[in-house]
Design a protein around this ligand. Sequence first.
Ligand code: NAP
Length: 287
Amino acid sequence: MKIGIVGLGLIGGSLAIDLRSRSRSGVSSQGHQIYGISRQAKTCQIAVERGIVDDASPELETLAEAEIVFICTPIAAIASTIKQLIPYISPATIITDVGSVKQPIVVECTQLWSNFIGGHPMAGTTQSGIDAAVANLFSGAAYVFTPTEQSKPENIAKLIAIAKELNAVPHICDAQIHDRAVSWISHLPVMVSASLIKACLTEEPDTLHLAQILASSGFKDTSRVGGGNAELGIMMAKYNRAELLRSLLQYRHNLDEIIASIQEEDWHRLEQTLQTTASARTKFLNS
Ligand code: NAP
């Protein structure tokens, strides 16, 4: 299958590495040719030199014969990229994206292209760009697809098959439900983690310096997503604004409850909260 990947960064590059290597190792029954598109000629050159793609160019017209095109640009560029791509591709081409927010993208892009199906691989790192692309990024991770009533079952089946080639676990769900769910487990944690780092910076310099020396695995875990790609965080807030505000306000309410327990020295209430969270956490990590 000829597969196009537009936006050769962390996600696009990692997709290309796995789809190309799976096809060469015989995991894919069909064998794929991976064509990359990226804005900068330099990115394309690196992708070809490192064997990430079979060929790459900044020109969308090279995707004329692609059966599936993955749009892996920042969220703000997804719809405009599809508009630029449409003149070159055949009507049967499946377009999917990897954006971390689905509802606004699905609404806009299904109007542009009836064979558009939204997607979101639930994997990432704090790095970005072609240098961040790695093998096996999606292995064991959920890969969400958000088809609409007009999506063709055979197109959904093709995307599910690709997710399985990546060793990801495909999930089908409604775009709006996706956005609500990821607000809790992905977008809210970015803002909470960023607030944690920012709150620490309010400390006076000597103590802050000591805290920085003493910081260990606990701070590494809790600050990781707040110390990542700022552009991605802004996109989450812009495109999933209503759901993110809903979860942030609930989070503030729960934080106030913990503050009240400590102010009132209500250790029993605090213990109940911490026991509830200790047993609830595993349910987010075992699925
Ligand atoms: P990234 O590493 O910055 O890669 C995006 C690539 O797209 C860049 O390398 C850039 O290539 C190209 N690009 C940038 N702006 C563009 C534009 N205006 N038009 C066309 N191409 C452009 O970002 P990423 O982390 O892979 O994120 C890409 C998508 O994946 C986003 O929609 C994001 O929501 C989604 N996603 C991210 C994660 C994560 O953890 N990072 C996880 C799941 C999904 P050039 O250098 O050639 O310009």
